[in-house]
Design a protein around this ligand. Structure first.
Ligand code: GLA
Length: 499
């Protein structure tokens, strides 16, 4: 009898000690939403295999060690991107799987407790084939690059109703509205859940979207929203997958004027070659909504987006990965945009990402370079800082009318690099009326004399007039070239013309 009991107990503990199965952990967020992570694991001999799927990621188990009482897991994307690897220490405690994320100091995450759920729960939704390509007509919007503000760069998941109202108040009162800034754009993390009819609702941070849109409109401004063609956004919130038309109608009913549509988890369902058709689907939906909504594509410049986005009625499309508030990131993006200049034009713009001006990671000279470069690139000018606490110096950079005029020039041409020598670069942009913008950049660590030759701009004669757009003063030109002392990481920006 005793022997039998011992055998039974060891059998039970062997069974309980098997971590094979589908485990779910749910993290409740203060905004009333929850983030689910499924650990679909299999114990195979000395190894654990399987998938770890969160709202915004779909990873495989890459490495494991130990046993159910103390094990480690390394999970990551199938594409081998080691930057996204996550490590866990774990153990089985009764019916619970306890996991401790192992992160660098300062980046700790709370412990995870996961419970068994039926196999298959949390699996990726089936692929909905996107409609055949047919071309969507231009929506008539964004004849010049959109200007405004977006919540992400500064506030990320902390954006809320009060913060959006504060941004609108600031734009309407600090000179930005007069300088041309119009759109007040809510980025990721506004979404709550869908109701029984599938209608999306905002989470607790946004009690009344229609009222918020009304408030922003009342300031003479427009308002933007954010979603994903995937089931979840990049921050793990509800996406528009399978609800495209319905969501477009909701945004229109709330009074939104702009949609940023971010690929994110669509990559778990679709391939890059599906992007055009998938973006076309929302382009159709926006037009069918009956409201004029600027359409901003965000898929990080993949699949030569500039070649097909206008045909999906895209008004702008991201051309790169996310910008960060530092010199290396900003210049890596900004100075890499010359080749795609031919794709920019009235109603459809290359988008090298939002501005970081005023977020604190760069010097004033560097932020002037940022503003100059983005304006030369005919890029959307979406401020990404805390406007309530912007200093006069930062506002002066953001509202420099002479520089903004380059960005908003009705000809709609994007600048190209016309000369380069080491850290020194000359960029030029054709402007309406035969004028040109010319920038003398010094990317080096020391001040430098930078020279532009008028022949670099295709000019056979010295321009009659030149204006320095940061000093707001006329510059006298003589001879075949012009030289200026340019601070480290700075720019001298001129508008030259013959009339
Ligand atoms: C992506 C985009 C960013 C921002 C975040 C939000 O990273 O590229 O601009 O919208 O998602 O999660």
């Amino acid at each position: 009898m005793k022997r039998f009991l011992v055998a039974l107990l060891s059998l039970a503990s062997a069974y309980a000690a098997d971590i094979s199965g589908n485990w779910l952990s749910i993290r409740q967020l203060p905004d009333g939403t929850s983030q689910r992570t499924y650990f679909d694991l299999k114990e195979e001999g000395a190894h654990i295999t399987g998938n770890v799927r969160g709202n915004q990621f779909n990873f495989v188990v890459l490495q494991s060690s130990g046993d159910p009482d103390a094990f480690t897991l390394t999970v990551g994307p199938k594409d081998g991107n080691t930057r996204r690897h996550r490590d866990y220490r774990g153990k089985l405690v009764g019916d619970e799987l306890h996991l401790t994320p192992v992160r660098a100091p300062g980046k700790e995450e709370p412990d995870i407790v996961a419970h068994r759920v039926p196999a298959g729960e949390g699996a990726l939704p089936t692929r909905i084939p996107p409609p055949a390509l047919h071309g969507v007509a231009y929506n008539g919007l964004a004849k010049t690059p959109p200007m405004g503000w977006n919540s992400w760069n500064k506030f990320a998941g902390k954006v809320d109703d009060a913060g959006v109202r504060a941004a609108a108040d600031a734009i309407a009162s600090n000179g930005m509205k007069e300088a041309g800034y119009v759109y007040v754009n809510i980025d990721d993390t506004w979404q709550g859940e869908r109701d029984g009819q599938g209608n999306i609702h905002a989470n607790k941070k946004f009690p009344d979207m229609k009222a918020l849109a009304g408030y922003v409109h009342g300031k003479g401004l427009k308002i933007g929203i954010y979603s994903s063609p995937g089931p979840y956004t990049c921050a793990g919130y509800e996406g528009s997958y399978g609800h495209e038309e319905q969501d477009a109608r909701t945004y229109a009913a709330w009074g939104f004027d702009y949609l940023k549509y971010d690929w994110c988890s669509a990559s778990n369902i679709y391939k890059d070659e599906d992007m055009h058709a998938v973006y076309q689907k929302m382009g159709d939906a926006l037009q069918a909504s009956g409201r004029s909504i600027v359409y901003s594509l965000c898929q990080y410049g993949r699949a030569d987006v500039w070649k097909w986005a206008p045909g999906a009625s895209g008004n702008l499309w991201r051309t790169t990965d996310d910008i960060q508030d530092n010199w290396a990131s900003m210049t890596k993006i900004g100075f890499s945009q010359s080749d795609i200049a031919p794709y920019a034009g009235q109603g459809h713009w290359n988008d090298p990402d939002m501005l970081e001006i005023g977020n604190g990671g760069m010097t004033s000279a560097e932020y002037q370079t940022h503003m100059s470069l983005w304006s030369l690139l005919a890029a959307p000018l979406l401020a990404g800082n805390d406007l309530q606490h912007a200093t006069p110096e930062i506002l002066a950079i953001l509202t420099n009318r002479d520089v903004i005029a380059l960005d908003q020039d009705p000809l709609g041409k994007q600048a190209t690099r016309v000369a380069k020598s080491g850290d020194q670069e000359i960029w030029a942009k054709d402007l309406s009326g035969g004028a040109k913008a010319v920038a003398l950049f010094n990317r080096g660590g020391d001040p430098a004399k930078v020279t532009v030759k008028w022949t670099d701009l295709g000019l056979s004669a010295t321009p009659q007039h030149a204006r320095d757009l940061w000093l707001h003063s006329e510059v006298k030109l003589e001879g075949p070239d012009f030289a200026a002392q340019v601070p480290s990481h700075g720019v001298v920006l001129l508008r030259v013309s013959d009339n």
